[in-house]
Design a binder for this molecule. Structure first.
Ligand SMILES: [Zn+2]
Length: 287
């Protein structure tokens, strides 16, 4: 993975396979030495990386709670196990996002069997998330919740338009899925249909259902881009509710913004102050 040292990018071999997107650097990384700035961690063992992924998965759940993205027992956040790629960690069924902690996470296989943990897995969550993880071995993390704006926006069956710099992050990088629109996905076939349409994109708007984000980098990036997509849905609905037609960002500028402020690395970076805030204000997430 890349570290920045006096402006020189240094490739450091790790035993952990990282996706190519995780090696992206950014203009946001300071060239000046000695300043505090989040660095992507390196791991020497799968155990270290598992601990990191679980802690950040819990923090992502807590952030979903903080933003009011819960809806009863709906909503699933998953992160692939670094050592056993056919297994993924997720939040337990019927536990509020605000009460997810390290000790109640569950480890689930692609057949929906809980192989570690005391709680059940949400059937609809398993169907969709397992299909995405199984069909796309490069995907590290998936987020989905039944949010107010994402779900409302999904009923339009349309894409996020490049109406703001933030929205440009999703330009040409999300799909609208109309398969099984509004039909709850509790059978494996439904998950496979959704997974087959995703291809290389980072987000799904599932018509009449809601939004999904995936990351080939980290649960941090998946979670941040989920909250960003929810905001984009809100903003687009807000603008169109005025009756005025927004001015769109042109294609070249949208792509430029996406490359600079919409990368996986930027998503990870956005999540770091959230992680710091949550771990200090809600230390029980480590229980
Ligand atoms: Zn759902």
């Amino acid at each position: 993975m890349l570290l920045v040292n006096e402006g020189i990018e240094v490739m450091i071999e790790t035993t952990i396979q990282m996706s190519k997107t995780s090696r992206q650097t950014s203009l946001y990384q300071p060239k000046q030495q000695g300043l505090r700035f989040p660095e992507i961690p390196t791991f020497t063992t799968p155990q270290e990386e598992r601990k990191y992924r679980k802690e950040h998965l819990v923090a992502a759940c807590r952030e979903f709670a903080r933003q009011g993205l819960d809806y009863g027992f709906a909503g699933h956040l998953t992160v692939r196990d670094p050592e056993h790629p056919h297994l993924y960690w997720t939040n337990p069924m019927a536990v509020h996002f605000a009460q997810v902690k390290i000790s109640n996470l569950i480890l689930v296989d692609h057949e929906g069997r809980v192989v570690k943990g005391e709680y059940a897995v949400n059937q609809a969550g398993f169907v969709l998330h397992a299909a995405l993880h199984e069909k796309h071995p490069d995907i590290v993390a998936v987020c989905h919740a039944h949010t107010v704006f994402g779900t409302a926006f999904s009923a339009l069956g349309t894409k996020i338009e490049p109406i703001t710099q933030d929205a440009a992050a999703f330009y040409e990088d999300h799909v609208v899925i109309v398969e099984d629109a509004g039909k709850v996905a509790v059978e494996a076939d439904a998950g496979h249909k959704v997974a087959s349409v995703l291809k290389g994109s980072r987000a799904i708007i599932h018509q009449n259902h809601g939004i999904f984000t995936v990351s080939r980098h980290s649960i941090d990036a998946a979670a941040f881009w989920f909250t960003a997509l929810e905001r984009c849905c809100q903003q687009q609905l807000l603008i169109y509710s005025t009756g005025a037609k927004p001015k769109l960002i042109d294609a070249a500028s949208s792509r430029y913004s996406r490359e600079h402020v919409g990368s996986e690395y930027i998503g990870w970076l956005h999540f770091q102050p959230i992680y710091e805030y949550l771990t200090q204000s809600q230390p029980d997430l480590f229980d």
